[in-house]
Design a protein around this ligand. Structure first.
Ligand code: NAD
Length: 257
């Protein structure tokens, strides 16, 4: 069974990895539901461009996923959800004693709880359709830790655990649930950090990538959003029918260290 004609809901998909995954799924023939916090003109233009380029139906549903009701409403508005990709995520860096309590709550809400709420709303639709895929975008930081990222790392580890539970609850059904754990991926967010670091340390772009950003990524190369999209399309293929309750690392060897 291919993804042609299936409906995929990708959270946080108006930029970066989510947009790359949406484009890959559209290219493979899935109808796509884009989600961003707001329905901006830029997001509407993306919706129209993806639809034109790949000849699939693309809709845009604005929802602030820090709100559990908005998570459920996103799936309800999608109407159908054969493939759910929980991708929305935010970051904040601070030592634990200084970590703002509100930031902890917000990161847990967006990076972890939203995936619980969308999955809870989507599973009944998948069961009705007789097929489903839940794919949670965790991180190398869902399997390892670094200092100062307590909320992000707790949430990303939590996503791995949630994926395992969802897999067990659907194990005898034609539904799978997995987490993808990327290392560094070249997105506008990461790209925007390069010029400042070059200036701060008097380094070239290559030095910043190799010696600052990619210190823990043995390949010394970032993954691309297309590679993440390809991994999602693979998880939606029949070859992946028996892959459930596990993680796929796309991290250039980070977690082999
Ligand atoms: P990004 O900032 O481009 O994408 C994050 C998306 O989440 C955006 O579209 C943003 O609008 C959305 N979002 C944030 N808060 C939201 C909210 N309250 N409601 C709805 N949407 C919201 O960053 P990205 O690098 O593309 O990250 C995508 C995912 O991949 C994140 O979960 C991130 O943790 C994970 N990840 C990224 C990297 C990397 O190197 N870029 C590595 C590992 C994991």
């Amino acid at each position: 069974m291919s993804v042609k004609g299936k409906t995929a809901v990708i959270t946080g998909s108006t930029s970066g990895i989510g947009l790359g995954i949406a484009r890959s799924l559209a290219e493979a023939g899935a109808n796509v539901v884009l989600n961003g916090r707001k329905a901006t003109d830029e997001a509407r233009a993306l919706r129209d461009a993806i639809s034109r380029e790949f000849g699939v139906t693309v809709t845009l549903v604005a929802a602030d996923l820090s709100d559990p009701d908005a998570c459920a409403a996103l799936i309800a508005q999608a109407g159908r959800c054969d493939i759910l990709v929980n991708n929305a995520g935010i970051q904040h860096v601070d030592a634990i004693p200084e970590f703002p309590r509100a930031k902890w709550d917000q990161i847990l809400a967006v990076n972890l709880s939203s995936a619980f709420h969308t999955t809870a709303a989507a599973l009944p639709l998948m069961r009705k359709a007789g097929w489903g895929r839940v794919i949670n975008i965790s991180s190398a930081h869902g399997l390892t830790a670094s200092p100062y990222k307590s909320a992000y790392i707790a949430a990303k580890h939590g996503l791995v655990g949630l994926s395992k539970v969802a897999a067990l609850e659907t194990a005898e059904e034609p539904i799978t649930c997995n987490a993808i754990c990327p290392g560094y991926v070249m997105t506008p967010l990461v790209e925007s950090q390069i010029p400042g670091t070059m200036e701060k340390y008097g380094m070239t772009r290559e030095e910043v990538l190799r010696d600052v950003i990619l210190t823990r990524q043995p390949s010394k190369k970032m993954a691309t959003v297309e590679q993440l999209g390809g991994t999602v399309v693979f998880l939606c293929s029949p070859s992946a029918d028996q892959i459930t309750g596990t993680t796929i690392s796309v991290d250039g060897g980070w977690t082999a260290l």
